[in-house]
Design a protein around this ligand. Structure first.
Ligand code: G3I
Length: 382
């Protein structure tokens, strides 16, 4: 696969061959992305919300058609599931997992330990507890969530977004985190060891964002991620895989395939599996013409995914949403369009029609070498 340098805004001029349109304009069904992913031994899917399953049959049908793996966009986060201490509401996640079971899909759990989306009662409780009490407060959520979905959720984001070099720590760790404040970096060790004991059959992921682009910001994050992984491996922490979120912003930062490929190899050479767990493309700042913007979004998507799937350790691609009808990008201040138009960073438009990005994802799967798929934990880390 040819490696190319992609500069923001020059994407459409980068000599990319136009995407072969494998979707019929009239919407006639062609092979789904999950089918094309499976040919290279990979999963394709998306983040969903239970409300979409209850209220939007078009969207639900699109998920059933295109996906064979799903993840909860917010309904397994502790702020949603444990609004009051030891009072749980897993109803949203239950509906998503029931849907996955009904459609024989793999499922991800997102996320057991995160610095964000926690209930208001948690940090004061951490501050009032002694060290043992703080550990218990973190592990109690693992005890509540993992067994409930044992055998149904095959892989968990055990620790999400532990890095933040912008906060100034030499090791690039996120200091502004209730977990770092309460337990120090060893919160990660504790979370992974407990998760392994709680569900020995689940694949355990460490996930983060901002490692994709050719920018000083992303280079600092890649360096911090590799150093963290080496410390965790030296301490025999049972991390099976790295989740690279894949929130691209091509109209703000460049992309260099060789740089990203080298990072993925640095991770897979350490024996880790990889997944792209939250893929989308922030299109604000792209061409005003939606068709032209769609083509540039597809071009960066293909360039990124060609590299990701070139590495046999990459086993899955999940988009952070499947349709522009429901993208978080359309509501997030940094990415939303000032005129209120929907972001166009997902493979289906707001009417569930396949876009050039859908073709780009399919073409990347079609061209991908076989994955070294690891559906369960690495033996030597058990
Ligand atoms: O659905 C409830 C609604 O009933 C309630 O009235 C309302 C009150 O605030 O909240 C609604 O839930 C919101 C939920 O999204 C569903 O829309 C939550 O407040 C809101 O915090 C939640 O935001 C999610 C955010 O993570 C925080 O959990 C976004 O949907 C989700 O896209 C975003 O996803 C994160 C990943 O987990 C980690 N990586 C970055 C990514 C994007 O920020």
């Amino acid at each position: 696969m040819r490696r190319r340098e992609f500069l923001a805004g020059a994407l459409a001029l980068s000599g990319c061959a136009p995407m072969p349109q494998s979707y019929a304009r009239d919407g006639a069904p062609t092979e789904s992305l999950a089918t094309r992913a499976r040919r290279s031994g990979r999963w394709f899917g998306a983040a969903i919300k239970s409300r979409q399953l209850r209220e939007d049959p078009d969207f639900t049908a699109a998920v059933a058609r295109e996906c064979d793996i799903v993840v909860e966009e917010y309904e397994l986060k502790r702020g949603t599931t444990e609004p009051k201490r030891d009072r749980f509401d897993f109803s949203g996640a239950d509906q998503i997992i029931d849907f996955a079971q009904e459609h024989r899909m793999r499922a991800r759990g997102h996320a057991l330990v995160w610095y964000a989306a926690n209930p208001d009662w948690l940090e004061p409780a951490l501050q009032a507890a002694d060290h043992a009490g703080r550990e218990k407060l973190m592990l109690s959520y693992i005890d509540a969530a993992m067994p409930r979905y044992a055998g149904k959720i095959a892989e968990w984001d055990v620790v999400n977004e532990p890095l933040e070099p912008n906060e100034g720590r030499a090791d690039g760790m996120r200091q502004d985190s209730m977990w770092m404040r309460a337990l120090g970096e060893e919160y990660i060790d504790l979370a992974f060891h407990h998760a392994r004991e709680t569900d020995p059959n689940a694949m355990l992921f460490l996930t983060d964002y901002g490692v994709e682009h050719d920018s000083p910001r992303c280079e600092r994050r890649r360096t911090a991620m590799l150093k963290l992984v080496d410390r965790l491996m030296a301490r025999k922490v049972p991390v099976d895989a790295i989740g690279i979120q894949g929130h691209l912003k091509p109209f703000r930062e460049g992309f260099n395939q060789d740089i990203f490929a080298r990072f993925l190899k640095d991770l897979s050479d350490r024996g880790l599996s990889l997944s792209i767990t939250e893929f989308d493309v922030a299109d604000r700042g792209g061409p005003p013409n939606p068709d032209k913007r769609d083509r540039e979004v597809a071009s960066i998507g293909k360039a990124f995914l060609d590299v990701a799937f070139d590495n046999p350790a990459t086993q899955a691609l999940l988009c952070w949403g499947l349709s522009d009808r429901y993208s978080w990008l359309s509501n997030f201040p940094d990415y939303k369009w000032p005129d209120g138009q929907l972001s166009r960073g997902l493979p289906l438009d707001d009417k569930m029609r396949r876009k050039p990005l859908w073709d780009a994802i399919g073409a990347a799967f079609d061209a991908a070498p076989a994955a070294r798929r690891q559906a369960s934990p690495r033996s030597h880390n058990a």
